[in-house]
Design a protein around this ligand. Structure first.
Ligand code: AMP
Length: 306
């Protein structure tokens, strides 16, 4: 799908080594982090630049598949110390997970510097990092056409004012239902999303795990996107991030943020996320192709037609 007219996508977030436990097994030091998941997914569609930090223990060979796909890793900073590590445990209901431990390592001192090529990207994905750092990244960009914001409960609780200010400067908020409720505290998802759009962004994509996602815009009715039904999802880690990567990669490749194309982008996000959860960590994204994606996109369309 990539063509010479593609916009570029810059993603700023975490690069991690994850330990993951699900009812289907366990993986250790599995490649993870929001920036890497988004890069792996987004690069299936369009040119991607990654801005993140890793330590000197980082297994560089594991990101070779990204380099081979043309991902620009100049913004992946190597710092002396340990790579960010996250340990998550899922139970039988894989919509919920416990964070067993977090070891920030070099991520604690992350001060994102956006290289020149990444700064020129038309689409910027501010994944879940300190909102002050998200602000600093935004200032380093040349002239992005679409700025997308993600966060997590911790930042909503601790840095609400920074987030409120940031929301005035972003075009799209990409949150899960729980984060949205914590941020807005309204009566329903629709009530919350309506209030969120009044705070700044033109678009909000609210993720609901295995129940799909809803796209809200200011002037159109919401778009409901189910999750692609799978019999044996093995590991939901990175589903949200690869949803974001797929959606924004598609928008970058097509250079169109009209309301119909936004809907298609959300479906591509859901399709890519459905592949991610089929294997542990990033394994499925490593060998995924455009053909696989298009085939599932067709199946998806047939499932929602009535
Ligand atoms: P998702 O399942 O889409 O929410 O993304 C999971 C990824 O987020 C994992 O690969 C983790 O390494 C990463 N992650 C977990 N906690 C944090 C955190 N506090 N800050 C940044 N990234 C995190």
């Amino acid at each position: 799908m990539e063509n010479t007219m593609s916009s570029h996508l810059t993603v700023v977030g975490s690069a991690a080594l994850d330990t993951i436990e699900t009812p289907y097994g366990r993986a250790e030091d599995s490649l993870g982090g929001s920036a890497l998941f988004m890069g792996a997914a987004g690069s299936l569609f369009a040119p991607v630049h990654i801005v993140a930090v890793v330590g000197d223990d980082f297994p560089t060979h594991q990101v070779e598949f990204l380099r081979a796909r043309g991902v620009d890793l100049d913004g992946l900073e190597f710092v002396s110390g340990k790579t960010f590590r996250w340990h998550g445990r899922y139970h039988n209901n894989m919509n919920y997970r416990d964070t067993v431990s977090v070891d920030l390592g070099v991520f604690e001192g992350f001060n994102p510097r956006v290289p020149a090529a990444a700064a020129k990207a038309e689409i910027l994905m501010l994944a879940n990092i300190d909102p002050e750092l998200q602000n600093s990244v935004l200032k380093q960009m040349v002239k992005p056409k679409l700025v997308v914001f993600d966060t997590m409960n911790h930042w909503i609780t601790d840095q609400r004012q920074t987030i409120v200010q940031l929301l005035k400067k972003v075009d799209m908020a990409l949150l899960n239902d729980e984060e949205l409720q914590l941020l807005i505290g309204g009566k329903s998802t629709v009530d919350n999303a309506t209030k969120l759009l009044e705070m700044g962004p033109h678009y909000a994509v609210i993720k609901k795990g295995e129940h799909g996602a809803i796209l809200f815009t200011r002037h159109e009715p919401p778009f409901l996107c189910p999750a692609f039904p799978l019999c044996e999802p093995k590991d939901p880690t990175g589903a949200g991030d690869s949803f974001a990567g797929g959606m924004l990669g598609y928008l970058a490749a097509t250079n169109d943020i009209g309301s119909y194309n936004l809907r298609r982008a959300v479906v591509y996000g859901a399709v890519v996320a459905s592949f991610t959860v089929e294997e542990f960590g990033m394994k499925r994204l490593e060998n995924l192709t455009q053909e696989h994606i298009e085939e599932r996109f067709r199946q998806f369309r047939a499932m929602v037609e009535f």
